[in-house]
Design a protein. Structure first.
Length: 592
């Protein structure tokens, strides 16, 4: 699906002109930058391939693991202050990897064969990373660079090398490197970095996630750039087009200036929408809310002028080695969220653990099909003690704002009824104990499983609201794993089968006076959101970064036109046909 970004291409010229050189790579993080090049090289590790005494090397390794653990804990603390919880979790995973059994066995086997500890760690790291890179599953491929990062850290500890020894630029510069690991990004001062260029290319990797979170324009996969660049020479980075220009000439610089000016104008235009409602040209109001995963992101919700929080993912509160927080810690977190929203509607989703969001510290049996296994509300209903604790904390916090509690991955009406029953029991217990609880807490559920969409008429009669989770609804409707790139061609929210399920859901909700929001990625998609308006969604919930763009688009279309488009889309034969219909409409009507 296409996402409408304010893309400005500065790269329709590839010729060499004087000293100017143009390189093509892949955009990793959007935006434009111009600044002096700073080549960042990591120190080569003094690893000698000489044999070692297994007993002594095992002891040295143990000491190095302890040192690496302390270092990673410090990086994690720092990352939690700078990044959203979800992004900082990269280092929680690295801590787990440090003690991973498979990694430990690979190292131990090499030490037993007579290798010294540093050489054993380096080789085990390379081998394991190669295996991860070769996997079909994108989720595992993401871990390859983390294995290398952890192995590098261990080798630094074993050889007495400073991990952060690479020089930092003196002033604001464009960093050029062969590869930047998540640990390198975590210690960079974003104020001193205009752009990033790497020879390595891993758009889905965790380094890329952190670079995007910092909002630094970046291009990856630029082969030969480290050798070609000279420290201090001007370099232009176009993170949208995936282009890099070394030593740009006057013409390229003017194009860059015009493009940067365009972006500034669009940013200003969007900022002007912060206090305006999302209303279509013919007067239909569509609330625009935000999806958040951590307390650190609360400021972003206020900054973009969101109508509320449409989805707060609580499972990330538990993504550290300590497991899910206790009642008091949760109560404080929920109070903070509700107070920050200052009376605006706040949908907090109960823990959606399992499948693509496994919780460290929680015992889980190996499952052949985790996406079809114990996850979402199923997990909460089985781990009832944890569920009751979370509901109690939520209810206690409810007096501090406008709370709506949402259950994830509901499949049957019975599950929803049971969850509501438990919620009621916890409310009564609190009231009996004289603890105040708001009487206006809404109760709703996510529609992510086709079975729930089909039963939407029954569910709507018993729920205050629905929120359609298109990320999962698409995967379950089309039987296409959302993380598996081999079946990515089948995964698409514009498929008529998905659209018809959304239509069934929204129609059922409307008939019963149940509010219907959409909080999956489709709500942030320039084409998908047009259909959602046409199908009758009451709210679009997107990341804070996308909110004003979506609000602007709502304000530029007519709901009546969207209804006609949605009708045609539901009768189409394929997602491609729907895409053509929508892009044709956008081109003809010149909408943004
Ligand atoms: C969804 O499935 O669309 C959704 C918003 O939930 P998550 O992405 O957290 O699974
Ligand atoms: Mg989901």
């Amino acid at each position: 699906m296409e996402r409408a970004e304010e893309t400005v291409n500065i790269s329709d010229q590839t010729s060499h002109d004087g000293g100017m050189k143009v390189f093509r790579g892949n955009g990793i993080s959007a935006g434009l930058a111009l600044g002096p090049a700073f080549i960042m090289e990591k120190p080569a590790l003094p690893i000698e391939h000489v044999p070692g005494d297994p007993a002594a090397e095992t002891e040295r390794l143990k000491e190095a693991v302890r040192m690496a653990e302390d270092q990673l804990q410090a990086v994690l603390r720092q990352a939690r202050e700078r990044f959203a919880r979800r992004d900082a979790a990269v280092f929680e995973a690295q801590l787990l990897m440090l003690h991973d059994q498979l990694f430990a066995e690979e190292i131990a086997a090499r030490i037993a064969d007579g290798m010294n500890a540093a050489a054993a760690v380096q080789q085990a790291g390379y081998d394991l990373a190669d295996r991860f890179f070769a996997m079909d599953n994108a989720y595992f491929r993401e871990w390859a660079e983390d294995v290398l990062d952890v192995a590098y850290r261990l080798c630094c500890c074993l050889t007495g090398t400073e991990m952060t020894e690479s020089e930092q630029p003196a002033g604001a510069a464009v960093i050029i490197a062969r590869h930047l690991a998540p640990s390198d990004i975590a210690v960079l001062d974003p104020a001193g970095i205009k752009g990033i260029i790497t020879e390595a290319d891993n758009h889905a990797g965790h380094s890329a996630v952190l670079i995007r979170a910092l909002g630094i324009p970046a291009v990856g996969g630029v082969k030969g750039i480290v050798k070609a660049a000279v420290n201090g020479e001007a370099v232009l980075v176009d993170g949208d087009a995936g282009t890099v220009i070394l030593n740009p000439d006057g013409q390229a610089r003017s194009r860059w200036q015009a493009a940067a000016e365009d972006r500034r104008r669009i940013r200003e235009e969007l900022a002007g929408l912060k206090h305006l409602p999302a209303v279509t040209l013919d007067g239909k109001r569509v609330d625009t809310a935000v999806n958040l995963s951590s307390l650190q992101e609360l400021a972003g919700a206020a900054e973009c002028g969101a109508d509320g929080i449409g989805l707060f993912r609580t499972e990330f509160l538990g993504l550290d080695s300590r497991g899910f927080p206790d009642e008091e810690e949760q109560f404080e977190a929920y109070c903070r969220i509700l107070k920050a929203m200052n009376g605006r509607r706040t949908v907090i989703r109960t823990m959606d653990a399992g499948a693509d969001k496994p919780l460290p510290g929680m015992a889980s049996a190996a499952e052949a099909n985790p996406a079809l296994g114990l996850r979402g509300l199923r997990f909460s209903l089985q781990e009832e003690r944890l569920f009751r604790t979370q509901l109690k904390a939520l209810l206690r916090a409810s007096v501090y704002g406008k709370l709506a509690i949402m259950f994830p991955m509901v499949t049957t009406v019975g599950e929803f009824r049971r969850a509501k029953q438990i919620l009621l029991e916890e409310k009564e217990k609190l009231q009996k104990a004289g603890i105040p609880v708001s009487d206006s807490v809404e109760t709703g559920l996510m529609i992510e499983v086709p079975a729930a969409a089909v039963m939407a008429d029954v569910l709507a009669a018993e729920a205050d609201f629905f929120s359609i989770g298109t990320n999962d609804l698409v995967q379950y409707t089309l039987a296409s794993d959302r993380l598996n790139t081999r079946v990515a061609g089948l995964y698409g929210a514009l498929e008529p089968a998905v659209l018809r399920l959304i239509r069934i859901t929204v129609d059922a909700a409307r008939a019963k006076g149940c509010r219907c929001a959409v909080c999956g990625e489709m709500a942030a998609d320039a084409e998908g959101m047009m259909l959602l308006i046409g199908l009758g969604a009451d709210e679009l919930s997107v990341s804070p970064h996308d909110l004003l763009r979506i609000r602007r688009q709502v304000r530029s279309v007519s709901a009546a036109d969207m209804r006609k488009l949605a009708e045609q889309a539901c009768s189409a034969d394929s997602g491609e046909e729907v895409h053509e219909l929508l892009s044709g409409y956008r081109n003809n009507s010149c909408i943004i």
